[in-house]
Design a protein around this ligand. Structure first.
Ligand SMILES: [Zn+2]
Ligand SMILES: [Zn+2]
Length: 73
């Protein structure tokens, strides 16, 4: 099983429940963020084709660095 990357940086060990779709690191329930975004237009990952009903999980870091730019116009 994959371990949570953010936890391991804090010297903790947690099973990952999801994977950040941007950077690909494993994330536990505590660190994973589910994002509800329309899949059209300016989605931050145009090179990935995700089905609409797939859960989109991202880590805090990637939300901060991608979505902030995307939505703070
Ligand atoms: Zn974690
Ligand atoms: Zn990430």
């Amino acid at each position: 099983m994959m371990k949570c990357y953010d936890c391991s940086e804090e010297n903790k060990v947690n099973e990952a429940v999801g994977i950040c779709i941007v950077c690909g690191k494993g994330l536990c329930l505590e660190h994973v963020k589910q994002v509800e975004l329309p899949m059209k237009g300016g989605y931050p990952l145009p090179h990935l084709t995700l089905k609409k009903d797939l859960p989109r999980m991202m880590c805090r870091e990637c939300i901060d660095s991608t979505l902030a730019d995307e939505f703070c116009v």
